[in-house]
Design a protein around this ligand. Structure first.
Ligand code: SME
Length: 137
């Protein structure tokens, strides 16, 4: 079993756990920098399949976090510019960058079917989680 496979499995489990434990997390997934390219590629996720398997840097919430290195909370996606819609059910989104050795290597992306569902605790938990994920990457 290669280390890469093992990591993917862990990330898949993290998605499943978050999806299971937090009722308003309705799509939970990881995106990672696609090699040397200025784009994100979809990694493990739980939720409805998305058309956005590749996202150029700067595009959508995910693409913006790829360049800002900052958590982006969108309480209401309907009033958000530069947003890539995955599902008509999605009302809110949070994207947290995964920083390793000062480099933005990817992110966790969570969509909710509820407007303004994300708490400060969610944000803190996800930022902690992304620090932990960075350690296994
Ligand atoms: N909504 C994201 C695209 C990814 S899907 O939510 C899974 C965005 O605007 O970047």
């Amino acid at each position: 079993e290669s280390p890469k496979h093992n990591t993917e499995e862990k990330l898949q489990k993290i998605c499943a756990l978050l999806d299971q434990e937090i009722s308003y997390f309705n799509w939970t997934g990881f995106y990672f920098k696609n090699g040397d390219k200025e784009e994100l590629i979809l990694g493990p996720y739980v939720g409805a399949p998305t058309d956005h398997t590749i996202i150029p840097y700067g595009k959508g919430i995910c693409g913006q976090v790829a360049v800002s290195n900052e958590t982006f909370v969108v309480p209401d996606v309907h009033v958000q510019d530069n947003y890539l819609s995955c599902s008509i059910d999605t009302k809110a989104e949070i994207v947290v960058p995964i920083m390793k050795d000062g480099q933005n290597i990817g992110q966790i992306d969570i969509d909710s079917h509820k407007v303004d569902p994300f708490t400060d605790e969610d944000r803190e938990m996800l930022e902690w989680l992304c620090d932990e994920v960075a350690k296994i990457m």
